[in-house]
Design a binder for this molecule. Sequence first.
Ligand code: BES
Ligand code: ZN
Ligand code: ZN
Length: 482
Amino acid sequence: MILEVVSQLTETAQAVIYLFRQDDTLKARLASFSNADLLTEDFKAEAKQVHVLYEGSRKVFLIGLGKSPKEADFVKILRSFFYKQKKTLPDTIGLSLIKGGIEFQWVEAIANGCIVGSYDLGLYKTDKSAEFNFFERTPKIQLETAESGIESIIESARIGEMTALTQIRVMDLMNAPSNKKNPLALADWAVESGQKYGYSVAIFDEKKCEKIGLKALVAVSKGSKNPPCFIVMEYTHPQATQKIGLVGKGVTFDTGGISLKQSTNMHYMKSDMGGAAAVLGTIELAAKLQLPVHLIGIIPTTENSIDGLSIKPGDVIGSYSGKSIEVIDTDAEGRLILADGLSYARQNYELDCIVDLATLTGSCVATLGYAAAGLFTNNESLAQSLYESGVQTGEKLWRLPLWDDYKDELKSDVADVKNFHGKPIAGAIVAAKFLEVFVDEHANWAHLDIAGTAFGDSEFGTMKSATAYGVRLLTHWLRRQV
Ligand code: BES
Ligand code: ZN
Ligand code: ZN
């Protein structure tokens, strides 16, 4: 553990961070610093403001939190600070909550932000030696609170840190380009994680997928020499009362297939396994934290590539459910593989709840932008609990309808359903209606369209990169389910 909880910083903490809210108490809280009058002029504690001063030989960072910071603000502010300052920080750094009067309830978010701030996108850079980096040495962050030793504070710091380490692993997987990450690489990730953290993982290779009738998954994979696979994970705990299915879209690269995408921004389609990444991360973290739940994770994974053998627009394919599907657009591949994932979950398990996550539609991005993922559900209380976890974690969700007004859009003249209505309207909703067919009237299902939130702008790079969206959201939600 990088974080340790202390009642008083030791001499070894060569630099100290203090956090302050922008409120009426700020002036009094700053009074103990030298030149306090001048300081209050310069430091207003606006969100993300960083002010540097010296106390004796110690470097002191005052960090502003803004007016009424919430969990997501603590995460973001600490993450950004550590990311930007990691080259200047000494081996041991103090982070004091006392002067700013920061409550213990924020410790988990603070710990999480500090560690996620260590993230480095330069996985494939060859010259790593030159830079002096806090996180690459033996970093220690002493968290100073008035009531150290309290078990729950230590536990919160530990949870924040463990969450961060899984988020980082998920981000590495998301950011990996398609020549370093094929469906089997996702399977390997799951197997290794399962062995390390104690949950079971079964991998169905292409042959097995064909044999058991995952026909839609196999059809999508035809355009690639990289074979598809189907990952089934199971984590359980003796005190589990609920059995929850998590299904994630694992397209390791989406060219669009024969309905080829335009090339601008096509490189971002290495992230089309964001749903899979969220499921992998959530199950790993649930196992690490030993959450009292029973989870079934299902990941259909493939490339959507282009070749003479690719499925063609107009092709009719089968599916695990037995239903036939007319493929109007080969770029609407996510819903095809999810159809098999959802039917498999439905037919092989008695689940209390099913949540699927997918970078499914550009339409969802057009609707909600990058601020929230689309939430589709047939269950009011599930809508409420997921929405609340979104607000709490900052991994926000906004509900869109599943009304039957949109159902006719799926009617095919030649097959049971078609995968695209061919119109530039309500794309995210029609995609969700398509999935609903394969959920087969399960009464407690939610679909999260994370196309706009899985990959985003951040301090980590000049282009969009992984956000690990879904890991904190689902873990928060699972912790509230028990
Ligand atoms: N992977 C894409 C959706 C996507 C778009 C994810 C932008 C992340 C960012 C998906 O497979 C896709 O191509 N959807 C099409 C569906 C259409 C052809 C019906 C889309 O949204 O344009
Ligand atoms: Zn697509
Ligand atoms: Zn896709």
